[in-house]
Design a protein around this ligand. Structure first.
Ligand SMILES: [Zn+2]
Length: 1080
C-alpha cells in the first residue's frame, strides 16, 4: 500500500511512514528513486526537490502550501525548492513533476457548498436529465413527516435514493425526482396546542389551529429541505409535493370518492384502537408495543342460571352452584360483557373446588391476591374450565380441583349465566381458534364493543355492541355506578373491587404482556366501538395479493412481510376526530343521520378544495359545499367533522403526484423506504391504488433497515449515542471529537452498508469512512497530477500500448462492468468494496507504483509516458463516473480540476461530471487471451514474493532502495521460463520485468547451479500450482544514473553525459536541456 500513507501531509505522516508495516513498503518505493532515502527522517540530505516528490506523488502540486510545509518531509521539500543543490539538480528540468490544482484535502465543509452552488446556478440536474435521450426513470419519494429535524434514518433513505437517481442519469435516463412531505396529522396539531396556554387553547377555533399547523409544517419543510440539499441530494426542490397543497388534497378527495363509489368505503360501529390521550381512533401503524407493560389481570366467575335447551340435564346435579371461570387483562371491559365464548374443539370439565391441604407447601402467593370467591367455607363450588388447564389453575389458585364431569366444549353452547354487574342473562357462545389453553381458563369473556375477535363472534350471534366508554376513556352513564371513572385508572380498580364484593373475584394478578400504546403520546390505548369510516380491505384483498406478486421486492423476503400484513389486516379505519387534516367529504342528514356521498358531492367538494384548499370545508357553509342538485335542501344536511387518517394522505401520493405531474409516470419504477413501511406507506399506497385503479403504484420496492449506533443499540438522547447527520457533515461544537466530514463521507457510509438489514454508525465507523475517502481522493489526485500536460490528442492507440497498459485496461474494464451490475441490483456495498480494493489497493500497489518511473523520467512526449497517460486518463474518467453517484462532490471537484478538455458524445465539452455518460469499456480491453491474463496474475503474485526478498535484503543492509538490486529468477517450467525471458527483453520497455519489479536488473537463469544459489545473499521461492520459481537478490551491476537512479553498466559510456544511463541519454537528446540548465 503505497499511495495511502503518503496522503497524510501533517507531521503524523512521517511517523506513520516510519512506524507502520505499510509504511515500510511505502519507504521502499520512495527510496527506489531517492538516493538520500532517509530524507526527512535522519540525515537531512534533501538537496533537491524532485526525488522527494517522486516518493510523494500526492503532495506534488508544487504550490508550497502552508499545510504541506508542516511535516518534516515537506519541510525538506520546501527547503529544496527554496534553493537546492545546484550540482545534483542538473537534470531536474527534464523531469516531469506531477502538478495539479486539485486539493489533497477535501476541505468539504467549504468546498461542498461551493460545488452545490455551482450545480444550482447551472441547473445541472435539469440540464443533464433534459439532454438525456433514454426513457424516464421515476423513483417516487415517500414523504417524511414535517415534524422536527432530520435524523440518520432520513439521511440513509434520501442518500440511497440520490445514489440511484444519479446512477440512472449517467445511464441516459431522464430523471425527475419530486421530493414530498407529509404535513397533516396529530403530532403537528399537538405541537401547536402545546405551544399555547390553557385559555388560548380553549378559545381556539379550528381554522386558527389549521393556520398555525400549516405554518409549522411549512417551516419544518424548509428546514428539512435545506438539510437534504446539503446531503447533496438532487431533486426538484422548487416544486416539491406537500400533502397540504390544495391540488394534493383535491386528488386525495378524488381517491376517497372513487373508493366510496365503488363501495369500498363504509361507516360502521366497530371496535377500533382508540387513544384516550389523543382522543382519536388510531391505525395499526400508529401503535407501538413498548416493553414492560403490566396489566391488572383477574380470574372471575359468572354464575350459570339456565341450562341450554339442547342439553337441559347436563349440569343439573351442580346447579345452582356452578360457575364459568374466565380470565381477563382488562377488567374494565366487564360492564360491556355480552357473552362467554368457548372453543368447541377443546375438552372442558366441571370441577369441585376444595381447599388445598393445610400442610401443603408454603404459599407461593406473592404477587397474586386471592379474591372472595376462594374464601368459601362449607358451600360447594363447581367451576367450568378447560380440562388441560386444571393443573395450572390448581397451582395458581392454590386449591384442589375434584373433576366431576368431562364434556366437549360444543355442548356448552347456549347455556345462560348472570352478568356479574347488571345481572342480565347472557349466553355461552362458540368462539374460534383464538381461544387456547396457553393461559387463562379456556373460557373467554366476550365484549364485542372492546375487541376485534369478540366483535366477530358478536356478529355471528347478534350480540349487542356495548361500549360504555367516552372519547376521554371514561365510563359513561351506561356503566351505571362507574360513570365518570377512567377505565385505565380508577374505573378498572373499581370494577375489580365490585367483583370481589359480589363474590365473583377469584384472583388478581399483575400480568406483563405486549399492549398497544399511542406512538405519539406514549400512553396506553383502548379498544373501543365508535362510529367510524372504514375502507373495506376485504373488498379488494384478492386483487391486492395478486398485485403484490407482480412487484419486484428487494430484498426478496420483504415480499413475505407485505403478504403477511396485507392478508391479515382488518378493514382500514380511515376517519379521525381531529382538525388538522383533509376532511372526510361527507354530509349527514339532520334527522336520519344517513351519510350523503355521491359522484356530484365528491366532484363539487374536490373542485372547491383544489381552488381554495381544505380550509374551505371549515369556513364555507353546508349550502355552498353542496352541489347545485342538493342546495335547495341544504338545511336538511350538516357537514361531517372527521378528518382522514394521514396514511390515507400519503397513500394517495401516487394519484396526487405520479398521476398529475409532467415527466412522471404511473406506476412508478421504484419506491424505497424503511422496512416499517410495509404496514405504513407501501401498504396504504397499495390499498388506495388497487381499490381505484386495480394495479400497484410501483413496479419495484426496495426496503432498508434502521440505523443503530456502533454497538447495535437504538439511538436515543438518554443514551447519548445519537449520530446527527448535520453534525457529521458540518462538524459539532468540538471539532476535534466531531470534525466536519462533509456529505461525501456520509454518503460513502451509506454506500458501504448492507442496508437490507439494520445498519450501524458511530465515530469509529465515520473515521474509517473518512480514511477511505482520503485514500480515494489521493489516488484521484495522483491521476490528475500526472495528466497536467495531457490532452485527448495524445491518446496512444490500443494496439500500440505496452502489454502492462493493456492489462491495466482489461482490469479497469472488468471493474466497470462489475460495478454496473451492482448498481443495477442496488447492491451498493459491493461497489464500495470493489472501489476500496481496486482504486486504493490494487491500482496503487501495482500499476501506479510502477508508472512513476515512466511518468517522471520517461521523457515528456515519449511513447512510454504517453501510453501510461492514456491509461491514467481512462482510469480517471472511469473512476470519476462510477463513483459519481455515491461521491458526487468528489467527482465534481475532480472534474473542475481536470487539466484537459473532455468531450461528450455530441462533441460538446463536458463541463460537469454528470455530463459524462456511464463509461462503456472498449470491447478490445476485455479481449486479452485467457492465457495472458493468467500470466499477468502470476507476475503480480511473483512480484509480491520478490518484494518480500527485497525487503530482507534491505533489512540485511545489502541494498538501500530496490533500484540498487538485481533480481535472479529460475523456473523449472520451460514455458514459464521462456515467458519470463520474453518479459526481460520486452519489445516495449514499459513491459520489462525490472521495471515491473522496480529494480535495476532482472536475469532469468537457464539453470540453477548450487554455486550461484549458495553465494546469492538473499533467496526465496515462489510456488503455486502453475510453477515454482526460485528468486535471488543481489546488488545491481554498474553505477547509478544521476537522473533516474537506475543502476546500469551503461553509466559512463556517454562522454557528454557521463552520469546518465542509455534511457536517460536518449530522453535528454530528444528533450535537450534548457540553455540555462545546470548553472541555474
Ligand atoms: Zn537514467
Amino acid at each position: 500500500m503505497e499511495v495511502a500513507p503518503l496522503l497524510k501531509s501533517s507531521a503524523s505522516a512521517a511517523a506513520t511512514l516510519f512506524n507502520s508495516a505499510e509504511a515500510k513498503f511505502a519507504l521502499r518505493v520512495s527510496s527506489s528513486l531517492v538516493s538520500c532515502r532517509r530524507i526527512g527522517f535522519g540525515r537531512q540530505n534533501a538537496s533537491f526537490l524532485w526525488p522527494v516528490l517522486f516518493s510523494r506523488p500526492l503532495t506534488c502540486d508544487g504550490s508550497g502550501s502552508k499545510r504541506r510545509a508542516r511535516g518534516p518531509v515537506m519541510a525538506a521539500a520546501k527547503k529544496a525548492s527554496d534553493g537546492g543543490s545546484k550540482e545534483e539538480g542538473k537534470y531536474k528540468h527534464t523531469v516531469d513533476l506531477p502538478k495539479t490544482t486539485f486539493g489533497m484535502r477535501a476541505n468539504a465543509v467549504v468546498r461542498e457548498p461551493e460545488i452545490q452552488k455551482l450545480w444550482e446556478e447551472n441547473q445541472v440536474f435539469k440540464r443533464v436529465s433534459d439532454r438525456n435521450t433514454g426513457r424516464s426513470f421515476v423513483l417516487h419519494d415517500g414523504p417524511p413527516y414535517a415534524n422536527g429535524s432530520l435524523h440518520m434514518g432520513h439521511a440513509l433513505n434520501k442518500i440511497l435514493k440520490d445514489i440511484i437517481n444519479r446512477y440512472k442519469l449517467l445511464r441516459n435516463y431522464r430523471v425527475n425526482f419530486v421530493p414530498g412531505w407529509d404535513c397533516h396529522g396529530l403530532p403537528i396539531e399537538l405541537k401547536v396546542l402545546q405551544s399555547m396556554d390553557e385559555e388560548t387553547r380553549r378559545e381556539l377555533k379550528p381554522l386558527k389551529l389549521r393556520e398555525k399547523a400549516a405554518k409549522f409544517a411549512k417551516n419544518t419543510v424548509n428546514i428539512q429541505m435545506n438539510s437534504f440539499k446539503r446531503f447533496g441530494v438532487w431533486a426538484d426542490w422548487d416544486a416539491p409535493y406537500l400533502t397540504l397543497f390544495p391540488e394534493y388534497e383535491a386528488a386525495q378527495i378524488e381517491v376517497f370518492g372513487n373508493m366510496a363509489l365503488k363501495g369500498y368505503i363504509y361507516r360502521g360501529r366497530k371496535p377500533v384502537h382508540w387513544s384516550p390521550s389523543s382522543r382519536t381512533a388510531l391505525a395499526e401503524a400508529e401503535l407501538e408495543y413498548p416493553e414492560g407493560h403490566i396489566s391488572k389481570s383477574i380470574y372471575a366467575t359468572f354464575k350459570i342460571i339456565n341450562a341450554s335447551s339442547a342439553s337441559p340435564q347436563l349440569f343439573e346435579e351442580f346447579l345452582p352452584d356452578l360457575y364459568l371461570a374466565i380470565w381477563t387483562t382488562t377488567p374494565w371491559t366487564i360492564p360491556a360483557n355480552a357473552a362467554v365464548a368457548i372453543n368447541p374443539e377443546l375438552e372442558y370439565v366441571v370441577a369441585e373446588l376444595h381447599h388445598a391441604p393445610e400442610d401443603a407447601t408454603v404459599s407461593l402467593r406473592k404477587q397474586t391476591k386471592a379474591g372472595s370467591f376462594l374464601k368459601f367455607s362449607d358451600t360447594k363450588r363447581f367451576v367450568i374450565v378447560a380440562s388441560e388447564l386444571v393443573p395450572a389453575l390448581e397451582s395458581k389458585w392454590e386449591v384442589k380441583f375434584a373433576v366431576r364431569k368431562i364434556f366437549p366444549g360444543s355442548s356448552l353452547e347456549n347455556f345462560r349465566y348472570a352478568h356479574p354487574i347488571s345481572g342480565k342473562e347472557c349466553p355461552v357462545v362458540l368462539g374460534g381458534d383464538y381461544i387456547t389453553t396457553e393461559s387463562g381458563t379456556g373460557l373467554v369473556h366476550t365484549a364485542p364493543g372492546h375487541g376485534q375477535e369478540d366483535y366477530i363472534t358478536g356478529l355471528k350471534y347478534g350480540l349487542p355492541i356495548i361500549s360504555p366508554v367516552d372519547d376521554e376513556g371514561k365510563f359513561t352513564e351506561e356503566a351505571g355506578e362507574f360513570n365518570g371513572q377512567e377505565v385505565l385508572g380508577a374505573g378498572n380498580v373499581a370494577i375489580v373491587k365490585y367483583l370481589d364484593e359480589q363474590l365473583s373475584l377469584v384472583l388478581e394478578e399483575p400480568y406483563k404482556h405486549k399492549y398497544p400504546y399511542d406512538w405519539r403520546t406514549k400512553k396506553p390505548t383502548i379498544f373501543r366501538a365508535t362510529e367510524q369510516w372504514f375502507a373495506s380491505v376485504d373488498g379488494f384483498r384478492d386483487m391486492a395479493m395478486d398485485a403484490i406478486g407482480k412487484v419486484n421486492w428487494i430484498p426478496t423476503q420483504a415480499k413475505n412481510r407485505i403478504v403477511a400484513m396485507t392478508s391479515s389486516r382488518s378493514d382500514w379505519c380511515i376517519s379521525r376526530q381531529r382538525t388538522w387534516g383533509v376532511p372526510i367529504p361527507v354530509f349527514y342528514h339532520v334527522h336520519s343521520k344517513e351519510p350523503l356521498i355521491t359522484e356530484e358531492t365528491i366532484a363539487h367538494v374536490r373542485d372547491i378544495v383544489s381552488k381554495k384548499g381544505s380550509d374551505a370545508w371549515w369556513y364555507m357553509s353546508t349550502e355552498d359545499l353542496l352541489p347545485e342538485k342538493y342546495r335547495q335542501n341544504a338545511s336538511e344536511y350538516y357537514k361531517g367533522t372527521d378528518t382522514m387518517d394521514v396514511w390515507f394522505d400519503s397513500g394517495s401520493s401516487w394519484a396526487a403526484v405520479l398521476g398529475k405531474r409532467d415527466g412522471l409516470c404511473f406506476p412508478a419504477d421504484l419506491y424505497l423506504e424503511g422496512s416499517d413501511q410495509h404496514r405504513g406507506w407501501f401498504q396504504s399506497s397499495l390499498l388506495t391504488s388497487i381499490a381505484t385503479t386495480g394495479i400497484a403504484p410501483y413496479s419495484c420496492v426496495v426496503t432498508h433497515g434502521f440505523v443503530l449506533d456502533e454497538k447495535g443499540m437504538k439511538m436515543s438522547k438518554s443514551l447519548g449515542n445519537v449520530v446527527d447527520p448535520d453534525v457529521v457533515i458540518s462538524g459539532g461544537k468540538n471539532t476535534k471529537d466531531q470534525p466536519g466530514y462533509g456529505a461525501d463521507v456520509l454518503r460513502l457510509w451509506v454506500s458501504s452498508v448492507d442496508y437490507t438489514g439494520d445498519v450501524l454508525i458511530g465515530p469509529q465507523i465515520l473515521r474509517q469512512m473518512s480514511d477511505m475517502y482520503r485514500k480515494l481522493r489521493g489516488t484521484l489526485r495522483f491521476l490528475l497530477s500526472n495528466l497536467h500536460d495531457w490532452n485527448l490528442e495524445n491518446t496512444v492507440p490500443y494496439s500500440k500500448l505496452p502489454k502492462i497498459d493493456q492489462y491495466a485496461l482489461y482490469q479497469l474494464g472488468n471493474i466497470v462492468e462489475t460495478i454496473k451490475d451492482s448498481y443495477e441490483l442496488y447492491q451498493f456495498y459491493k461497489i464500495y468494496q470493489i472501489i476500496q480494493r481496486f482504486t486504493i489497493v490494487d491500482l496503487s500497489n501495482f500499476y501506479l507504483d510502477v508508472a512513476k518511473d515512466r511518468l517522471y523520467v520517461g521523457g515528456t512526449t515519449s511513447l512510454n509516458r504517453r501510453s501510461c497517460q492514456t491509461v491514467l486518463a481512462e482510469h480517471l474518467i472511469s473512476i470519476v463516473s462510477v463513483i459519481a453517484p455515491i461521491l458526487p462532490h468528489l467527482a465534481e471537484d475532480v472534474w473542475q480540476n481536470l487539466p484537459f478538455e473532455y468531450a461528450t458524445e455530441d462533441g460538446s465539452a463536458a463541463k460537469f461530471a454528470f455530463e459524462l455518460k456511464w463509461p462503456v469499456p472498449n470491447k478490445r480491453w476485455l479481449q486479452i487471451p485467457a492465457d495472458d491474463v493468467d500470466f499477468w496474475r502470476l507476475i503480480l503474485e511473483l512480484r509480491s514474493e520478490v518484494n518480500k526478498i527485497l525487503e530482507n535484503a534491505r533489512v540485511g543492509k545489502l541494498i538501500g532502495s530496490s533500484l540498487e538490486a538485481k533480481v535472479y529468477l529460475h523456473s523449472s517450467d520451460a514455458g514459464v521460463a521462456s515467458r519470463l525471458q520474453e518479459l526481460c527483453h520486452a519489445e516495449n520497455e514499459a513491459d520489462a520485468l525490472h521495471r515491473i519489479f522496480i529494480t535495476s536488473q532482472v536475469a532469468v537463469l537457464d539453470s540453477l547451479n548450487t554455486d550461484l544459489s549458495s553465494r546469492m545473499p538473499h533467496t526465496g521461492k515462489f510456488s503455486d500450482p502453475r510453477s515454482e520459481i526460485w528468486i535471488g537478490v543481489d546488488r545491481a551491476d554498474g553505477s547509478k544514473c544521476e537522473r533516474c537512479w537506475n543502476f546500469t553498466p551503461q553509466v559512463g559510456s556517454f562522454p557528454e553525459h557521463p552520469t546518465l544511463c542509455a534511457r536517460c541519454y536518449d530522453v535528454i537528446n530528444v528533450h535537450p536541456l534548457p540553455a540555462a540548465a545546470g548553472v541555474s
